[in-house]
Design a protein around this ligand. Structure first.
Ligand SMILES: [Zn+2]
Length: 321
Protein backbone atom coordinates (compact mmCIF):
# COMPACT_ATOMS: atom_id res chain seq x y z
CA UNK A 1 0.00 0.00 0.00
CA UNK A 2 2.79 2.37 0.94
CA UNK A 3 4.34 1.85 -2.42
CA UNK A 4 1.05 2.54 -4.20
CA UNK A 5 0.58 5.89 -2.35
CA UNK A 6 4.03 6.98 -3.31
CA UNK A 7 3.31 6.19 -6.98
CA UNK A 8 0.06 8.23 -6.84
CA UNK A 9 1.86 11.08 -5.10
CA UNK A 10 4.60 11.00 -7.73
CA UNK A 11 2.00 11.16 -10.55
CA UNK A 12 0.24 14.11 -8.85
CA UNK A 13 3.48 15.97 -8.40
CA UNK A 14 4.39 15.35 -12.03
CA UNK A 15 0.98 16.76 -13.14
CA UNK A 16 1.36 19.85 -10.95
CA UNK A 17 4.86 20.40 -12.30
CA UNK A 18 3.63 20.02 -15.89
CA UNK A 19 0.80 22.47 -15.24
CA UNK A 20 3.19 25.00 -13.71
CA UNK A 21 5.58 24.62 -16.63
CA UNK A 22 2.72 25.17 -19.10
CA UNK A 23 1.66 28.31 -17.20
CA UNK A 24 5.18 29.69 -17.31
CA UNK A 25 5.44 28.98 -21.02
CA UNK A 26 2.05 30.52 -21.82
CA UNK A 27 2.54 33.71 -19.84
CA UNK A 28 6.13 33.87 -20.98
CA UNK A 29 4.99 33.54 -24.61
CA UNK A 30 2.37 36.23 -24.05
CA UNK A 31 4.95 38.54 -22.63
CA UNK A 32 7.15 38.08 -25.70
CA UNK A 33 4.41 38.98 -28.18
CA UNK A 34 2.87 41.73 -26.07
CA UNK A 35 6.05 43.69 -25.47
CA UNK A 36 6.50 45.33 -28.94
CA UNK A 37 2.78 46.26 -29.15
CA UNK A 38 3.34 48.75 -26.40
CA UNK A 39 6.16 50.37 -28.37
CA UNK A 40 5.97 52.06 -31.83
CA UNK A 41 4.39 50.06 -34.71
CA UNK A 42 6.71 48.45 -37.23
CA UNK A 43 7.74 50.46 -40.28
CA UNK A 44 5.55 48.52 -42.70
CA UNK A 45 2.39 49.50 -40.84
CA UNK A 46 3.38 53.16 -40.85
CA UNK A 47 4.11 52.84 -44.57
CA UNK A 48 0.63 51.40 -45.27
CA UNK A 49 -0.97 54.24 -43.28
CA UNK A 50 0.98 56.63 -45.45
CA UNK A 51 -0.53 55.16 -48.63
CA UNK A 52 -4.06 55.45 -47.26
CA UNK A 53 -3.61 59.04 -46.26
CA UNK A 54 -1.57 60.09 -49.31
CA UNK A 55 -3.52 63.17 -50.52
CA UNK A 56 -2.32 62.68 -54.08
CA UNK A 57 -3.66 59.11 -54.13
CA UNK A 58 -6.89 60.21 -52.51
CA UNK A 59 -7.36 62.87 -55.15
CA UNK A 60 -6.75 60.29 -57.90
CA UNK A 61 -9.34 57.95 -56.40
CA UNK A 62 -11.87 60.76 -56.20
CA UNK A 63 -11.19 61.77 -59.81
CA UNK A 64 -11.67 58.17 -60.98
CA UNK A 65 -14.91 57.94 -59.03
CA UNK A 66 -16.10 61.19 -60.62
CA UNK A 67 -15.14 59.92 -64.10
CA UNK A 68 -17.09 56.70 -63.53
CA UNK A 69 -20.15 58.63 -62.34
CA UNK A 70 -20.02 60.94 -65.36
CA UNK A 71 -19.65 57.97 -67.70
CA UNK A 72 -22.92 56.57 -66.40
CA UNK A 73 -24.73 59.69 -67.65
CA UNK A 74 -23.18 59.98 -71.10
CA UNK A 75 -25.55 59.64 -74.07
CA UNK A 76 -24.09 59.52 -77.55
CA UNK A 77 -26.11 60.04 -80.75
CA UNK A 78 -24.56 58.44 -83.84
CA UNK A 79 -25.78 60.07 -87.06
CA UNK A 80 -25.99 58.14 -90.32
CA UNK A 81 -25.72 59.76 -93.73
CA UNK A 82 -25.56 58.14 -97.18
CA UNK A 83 -25.50 59.99 -100.49
CA UNK A 84 -25.11 63.73 -100.99
CA UNK A 85 -26.51 65.12 -104.23
CA UNK A 86 -28.05 68.17 -105.86
CA UNK A 87 -30.25 65.95 -108.03
CA UNK A 88 -33.88 66.09 -107.11
CA UNK A 89 -34.93 63.09 -105.12
CA UNK A 90 -38.16 61.44 -104.08
CA UNK A 91 -39.51 61.44 -100.52
CA UNK A 92 -38.39 57.84 -100.17
CA UNK A 93 -34.90 58.69 -101.45
CA UNK A 94 -34.71 61.62 -99.07
CA UNK A 95 -34.25 59.10 -96.24
CA UNK A 96 -30.78 58.41 -97.56
CA UNK A 97 -30.10 61.50 -99.71
CA UNK A 98 -29.27 65.03 -98.69
CA UNK A 99 -28.32 68.13 -100.68
CA UNK A 100 -24.80 69.59 -100.26
CA UNK A 101 -26.27 72.80 -98.82
CA UNK A 102 -28.33 70.94 -96.25
CA UNK A 103 -25.40 68.71 -95.35
CA UNK A 104 -23.25 71.79 -94.71
CA UNK A 105 -26.03 73.30 -92.59
CA UNK A 106 -26.33 70.08 -90.58
CA UNK A 107 -22.60 69.92 -89.93
CA UNK A 108 -22.43 73.60 -88.99
CA UNK A 109 -25.37 73.14 -86.62
CA UNK A 110 -23.95 70.09 -84.87
CA UNK A 111 -20.62 71.88 -84.53
CA UNK A 112 -22.44 74.70 -82.72
CA UNK A 113 -24.66 72.53 -80.51
CA UNK A 114 -22.53 69.42 -79.99
CA UNK A 115 -18.95 68.23 -79.80
CA UNK A 116 -18.27 65.81 -82.65
CA UNK A 117 -15.97 62.92 -81.75
CA UNK A 118 -14.80 59.99 -83.85
CA UNK A 119 -16.51 56.64 -83.50
CA UNK A 120 -13.08 55.20 -82.60
CA UNK A 121 -12.82 57.64 -79.71
CA UNK A 122 -16.23 56.61 -78.42
CA UNK A 123 -15.26 52.92 -78.64
CA UNK A 124 -12.08 53.60 -76.66
CA UNK A 125 -14.11 55.50 -74.08
CA UNK A 126 -16.64 52.68 -73.69
CA UNK A 127 -13.88 50.09 -73.28
CA UNK A 128 -11.84 52.22 -70.86
CA UNK A 129 -12.21 51.62 -67.13
CA UNK A 130 -9.30 53.52 -65.61
CA UNK A 131 -10.32 57.08 -66.45
CA UNK A 132 -7.56 57.53 -69.03
CA UNK A 133 -9.95 58.21 -71.95
CA UNK A 134 -12.23 61.22 -71.76
CA UNK A 135 -14.76 62.72 -74.18
CA UNK A 136 -16.25 66.23 -74.23
CA UNK A 137 -19.74 67.11 -73.04
CA UNK A 138 -22.57 66.74 -75.58
CA UNK A 139 -20.68 64.31 -77.81
CA UNK A 140 -21.95 63.29 -81.24
CA UNK A 141 -20.64 60.88 -83.88
CA UNK A 142 -21.00 61.17 -87.67
CA UNK A 143 -21.04 58.09 -89.93
CA UNK A 144 -21.77 57.31 -93.59
CA UNK A 145 -22.82 54.05 -95.21
CA UNK A 146 -22.10 52.61 -98.67
CA UNK A 147 -19.01 54.67 -99.70
CA UNK A 148 -20.39 57.00 -102.36
CA UNK A 149 -18.12 59.34 -104.34
CA UNK A 150 -20.19 62.20 -102.95
CA UNK A 151 -18.71 61.42 -99.51
CA UNK A 152 -15.27 62.18 -100.94
CA UNK A 153 -16.24 65.04 -103.26
CA UNK A 154 -18.77 66.91 -101.11
CA UNK A 155 -18.73 65.69 -97.49
CA UNK A 156 -14.98 65.34 -96.99
CA UNK A 157 -14.10 69.02 -97.78
CA UNK A 158 -16.87 70.20 -95.43
CA UNK A 159 -15.79 67.83 -92.63
CA UNK A 160 -12.18 68.99 -93.06
CA UNK A 161 -13.15 72.62 -92.94
CA UNK A 162 -15.23 72.14 -89.79
CA UNK A 163 -12.83 69.56 -88.28
CA UNK A 164 -15.54 66.96 -87.82
CA UNK A 165 -14.37 63.34 -87.70
CA UNK A 166 -16.42 60.65 -89.47
CA UNK A 167 -16.43 56.91 -90.08
CA UNK A 168 -17.41 55.66 -93.53
CA UNK A 169 -18.66 52.07 -93.89
CA UNK A 170 -17.88 50.86 -97.41
CA UNK A 171 -19.22 48.04 -99.54
CA UNK A 172 -15.86 46.64 -100.60
CA UNK A 173 -17.01 44.96 -103.87
CA UNK A 174 -18.11 48.34 -105.23
CA UNK A 175 -15.22 50.53 -104.09
CA UNK A 176 -14.23 52.65 -107.12
CA UNK A 177 -17.23 51.60 -109.22
CA UNK A 178 -18.72 54.37 -111.36
CA UNK A 179 -22.43 54.74 -112.00
CA UNK A 180 -21.73 54.99 -115.73
CA UNK A 181 -20.74 51.30 -115.64
CA UNK A 182 -24.35 50.39 -114.90
CA UNK A 183 -23.69 48.04 -111.97
CA UNK A 184 -24.18 50.69 -109.29
CA UNK A 185 -26.76 53.45 -109.09
CA UNK A 186 -24.36 56.07 -107.74
CA UNK A 187 -20.57 56.24 -108.10
CA UNK A 188 -18.37 54.99 -105.24
CA UNK A 189 -15.04 56.49 -104.19
CA UNK A 190 -11.81 54.62 -104.95
CA UNK A 191 -9.29 53.05 -102.55
CA UNK A 192 -6.91 55.88 -103.47
CA UNK A 193 -9.50 58.45 -102.37
CA UNK A 194 -10.16 56.38 -99.23
CA UNK A 195 -6.45 56.51 -98.38
CA UNK A 196 -6.35 60.26 -99.01
CA UNK A 197 -9.30 60.83 -96.66
CA UNK A 198 -7.80 58.60 -93.95
CA UNK A 199 -4.45 60.41 -94.18
CA UNK A 200 -6.21 63.54 -92.88
CA UNK A 201 -6.71 61.77 -89.55
CA UNK A 202 -10.39 62.73 -89.61
CA UNK A 203 -11.86 59.86 -91.62
CA UNK A 204 -11.81 56.14 -90.85
CA UNK A 205 -13.04 53.49 -93.28
CA UNK A 206 -14.70 50.31 -91.98
CA UNK A 207 -16.91 47.50 -93.33
CA UNK A 208 -20.48 47.55 -94.66
CA UNK A 209 -19.98 43.96 -95.97
CA UNK A 210 -18.54 42.93 -99.36
CA UNK A 211 -21.70 43.05 -101.45
CA UNK A 212 -24.37 45.00 -99.50
CA UNK A 213 -26.65 42.06 -98.92
CA UNK A 214 -29.19 41.44 -96.18
CA UNK A 215 -27.19 39.13 -93.93
CA UNK A 216 -30.12 37.02 -92.77
CA UNK A 217 -31.22 36.36 -96.36
CA UNK A 218 -28.14 34.24 -97.15
CA UNK A 219 -26.65 31.03 -95.70
CA UNK A 220 -23.89 30.88 -93.10
CA UNK A 221 -21.19 30.30 -95.73
CA UNK A 222 -22.14 33.47 -97.59
CA UNK A 223 -22.42 35.45 -94.35
CA UNK A 224 -18.87 34.48 -93.45
CA UNK A 225 -17.67 35.39 -96.95
CA UNK A 226 -19.33 38.82 -96.68
CA UNK A 227 -17.72 39.48 -93.32
CA UNK A 228 -14.23 38.17 -94.04
CA UNK A 229 -13.81 39.30 -97.66
CA UNK A 230 -14.66 42.91 -96.79
CA UNK A 231 -12.36 42.79 -93.77
CA UNK A 232 -9.53 41.42 -95.91
CA UNK A 233 -10.02 44.08 -98.64
CA UNK A 234 -10.01 46.95 -96.15
CA UNK A 235 -6.93 45.69 -94.31
CA UNK A 236 -5.07 45.02 -97.59
CA UNK A 237 -5.96 48.33 -99.26
CA UNK A 238 -5.83 50.66 -96.26
CA UNK A 239 -3.23 48.99 -94.06
CA UNK A 240 -5.16 49.15 -90.80
CA UNK A 241 -7.34 46.85 -88.79
CA UNK A 242 -10.95 46.37 -89.85
CA UNK A 243 -12.87 45.65 -86.64
CA UNK A 244 -16.19 47.45 -87.20
CA UNK A 245 -19.16 46.17 -89.18
CA UNK A 246 -22.32 48.11 -90.08
CA UNK A 247 -25.05 45.76 -91.30
CA UNK A 248 -26.79 46.71 -94.58
CA UNK A 249 -30.51 47.40 -93.99
CA UNK A 250 -29.82 46.81 -90.28
CA UNK A 251 -30.36 43.14 -91.14
CA UNK A 252 -28.73 40.76 -88.65
CA UNK A 253 -29.53 38.10 -86.09
CA UNK A 254 -27.66 36.46 -83.22
CA UNK A 255 -25.82 33.94 -85.43
CA UNK A 256 -24.66 36.75 -87.76
CA UNK A 257 -23.39 38.64 -84.74
CA UNK A 258 -21.50 35.59 -83.52
CA UNK A 259 -19.93 35.06 -86.96
CA UNK A 260 -18.91 38.72 -86.96
CA UNK A 261 -17.25 38.26 -83.55
CA UNK A 262 -15.50 35.11 -84.78
CA UNK A 263 -14.31 37.02 -87.85
CA UNK A 264 -12.64 39.70 -85.73
CA UNK A 265 -15.30 42.39 -85.51
CA UNK A 266 -15.48 43.75 -81.99
CA UNK A 267 -17.72 46.70 -82.94
CA UNK A 268 -21.14 46.19 -84.53
CA UNK A 269 -23.50 48.89 -85.77
CA UNK A 270 -27.15 48.44 -86.41
CA UNK A 271 -29.58 50.58 -88.34
CA UNK A 272 -33.05 50.38 -89.66
CA UNK A 273 -33.30 52.45 -92.83
CA UNK A 274 -37.02 52.68 -92.32
CA UNK A 275 -36.63 54.21 -88.89
CA UNK A 276 -39.06 57.00 -88.14
CA UNK A 277 -38.05 59.90 -85.94
CA UNK A 278 -39.89 58.40 -82.98
CA UNK A 279 -37.81 55.22 -83.16
CA UNK A 280 -34.50 57.03 -83.04
CA UNK A 281 -32.23 56.09 -80.20
CA UNK A 282 -28.85 57.10 -78.76
CA UNK A 283 -26.08 55.03 -77.16
CA UNK A 284 -25.00 54.57 -73.54
CA UNK A 285 -21.48 53.40 -72.66
CA UNK A 286 -23.05 50.68 -70.46
CA UNK A 287 -24.64 49.17 -73.57
CA UNK A 288 -21.25 48.22 -74.99
CA UNK A 289 -20.15 48.39 -78.63
CA UNK A 290 -21.92 45.42 -80.20
CA UNK A 291 -25.36 47.02 -80.56
CA UNK A 292 -24.56 50.56 -81.57
CA UNK A 293 -27.65 52.31 -82.80
CA UNK A 294 -27.73 55.08 -85.38
CA UNK A 295 -30.09 57.84 -86.44
CA UNK A 296 -30.66 57.86 -90.20
CA UNK A 297 -30.61 61.51 -91.10
CA UNK A 298 -33.00 62.37 -93.87
CA UNK A 299 -32.44 65.11 -96.43
CA UNK A 300 -35.89 66.40 -95.70
CA UNK A 301 -34.89 67.52 -92.20
CA UNK A 302 -33.91 71.17 -91.94
CA UNK A 303 -30.84 72.10 -89.91
CA UNK A 304 -32.89 73.43 -87.00
CA UNK A 305 -35.12 70.40 -87.11
CA UNK A 306 -32.21 67.98 -87.07
CA UNK A 307 -30.87 69.54 -83.87
CA UNK A 308 -34.36 69.38 -82.34
CA UNK A 309 -34.69 65.71 -83.30
CA UNK A 310 -31.29 64.84 -81.83
CA UNK A 311 -32.10 66.74 -78.64
CA UNK A 312 -35.48 65.03 -78.29
CA UNK A 313 -33.88 61.62 -78.82
CA UNK A 314 -31.16 62.31 -76.27
CA UNK A 315 -33.70 63.56 -73.72
CA UNK A 316 -36.06 60.62 -74.05
CA UNK A 317 -33.29 58.06 -73.49
CA UNK A 318 -33.65 56.64 -70.00
CA UNK A 319 -30.51 55.63 -68.15
CA UNK A 320 -31.04 52.39 -66.21
CA UNK A 321 -30.18 52.82 -62.54
ZN1 LIG B 1 -26.13 50.52 -97.01
Amino acid sequence: MQERYSVILKRKLTKIFAALLALVLVTGGGAVSAAPAASTPPDWIKHADGIKDDPEQQEKNEELEKWREEKKNVKVPILLYHHITNDTFTTEESISHISPDDFRLHMTAIKVHYNPISLRKYIEYVKCDDGSVTIPENPIVVTFDDGYSSNYEIAYPILKQLEIPATIFVVTDTVGEQSSGGRVHYSHFTWEQAREMESSGLIEIQSHTAGHIGMTTVDAGEQIRQLRKSKYEIEKNLGHKCDMIAYPYGDYDESVKQEARDSGYSVQLLVDDKTTENDYDVNLPSEGVENLTRMTIAGSMGNVNVIEIIRKTVNKKIIPQ
